[in-house]
Design a protein around this ligand. Structure first.
Ligand code: AVI
Length: 325
């Protein structure tokens, strides 16, 4: 059975880190209301995201999987050419661990460290994965890695392969993305380390908008579930029936924007505070930035990575990058 270390209980205020309740209260009561997309991922949110990855409209997951499938020996070779052997595979936002499960037979890690804010969901997934790889040293980490990336001492400090698939980097704003990548690119991560990252590429608006507003309404449910998670984290009284899902591609900013829009004038209350919303007023829940091969290469270079390689699909809809620390 894997080790599991939970550093995220949804309540604790650690030094310099705001509690979810106060972070949410602050962003929801701001003049332009927003909530961080990390609050999509409670147990139900992780299941809804898993359903999204199976939708026809949501091309990123299957396109990325096809890129790995077609290039796994080249990718494994690029990693070993870095001087990495018996790596520690650090899976950032591991979710159901399905992407790592396909990678593990090719890069043969000595240790696997799946990290996710959705702690219960991750713990189940890590247990499942252990059954398929009984000899693998698995250390599951329940953690919000968006604010800091300090890993416990059990995690191997050399030959680290940071794995950040699924275009999750796109959920950071560019300045935060650069800060986060810089943390990974820091030589303090240890000798012979690198980053294997999947990123969604700019394309036509119709394809992008359909991916974030599917006909079945799963993405809408995923978006509204953030309100359920907020209700549980901050004891608020969001009524889901008063909100609708909105997803738009902003080409100038190169990002999908997801919002929840108030269908009527309404008031949301939580202990000690309340916030009025006018009919049509929006709360921003997610940016999903789309990069080009050039803009991503540049970002990785700026963060301090070297020897950057990439693989893409024939339509150039998605790309996988390998970058050395
Ligand atoms: C996890 N992340 C990369 C997804 C994305 O595409 O930005 C989250 C998501 N939001 C709506 N659909 C999927």
């Amino acid at each position: 059975s894997p080790q599991f270390i939970n550093l995220y209980d949804g309540k604790t205020t650690r030094q310099n880190v705001q509690s979810p309740a106060s972070e949410l209260a602050q962003s929801i009561s701001a003049a332009a209301a927003s909530a961080s997309p990390k609050y999509f991922y409670n147990a139900l949110g992780s299941k809804l995201f898993e359903a999204i990855t199976q939708l026809d409209e949501y091309y990123p997951t299957r396109t990325e999987a096809a890129i790995f499938q077609a290039n796994h020996s080249q990718i494994a070779q690029a990693i070993s050419q870095t001087g990495i052997s018996q790596p520690c595979l650090i899976d950032l936002g591991a979710g159901n661990c399905a992407k790592a499960a396909t990678l593990i037979p090719h890069i043969l890690p000595h240790q696997y460290v799946p990290i996710d804010i959705s702690t219960d969901f991750l713990e189940d997934a890590a247990e499942q994965l252990q059954q398929n790889f009984p000899a693998l040293d698995i250390i599951g980490l329940g953690m919000d890695f968006s604010s800091q990336l300090e890993l416990p001492p059990q995690v191997q400090t050399h030959d680290r392969v940071f794995f950040y698939p699924g275009s999750s980097l796109g959920n950071f704003e560019p300045a935060q993305a650069l800060d986060f990548l810089s943390l990974i690119a820091n030589p303090a991560q240890g000798n012979a380390s690198g980053l294997l990252i999947g990123i969604d590429l700019v394309k036509d608006s119709a394809t992008l908008e359909a991916a974030y507003d599917d006909a079945l309404g799963v993405t809408g449910a995923f978006n509204k579930n953030l309100l359920l998670n907020a209700n549980s984290l901050m004891a608020s009284d969001f009524n889901l029936r008063q909100w609708q899902h909105v997803a738009l591609f902003n080409r100038e900013q190169s990002r999908i924007e997801m919002h929840l829009e108030a269908k009527q004038d309404l008031t949301v209350s939580w202990p000690g505070q309340q916030r009025d919303f006018k009919s049509g007023e929006r709360m921003l829940t997610e940016y999903s930035y789309k990069y080009t091969l050039d803009s991503m290469t540049e970002l990785l270079q700026q963060a301090g990575f070297k020897n950057i390689k990439h693989w893409t699909d024939s339509q150039q809809w998605f790309a996988v990058f390998w970058a050395e620390v």
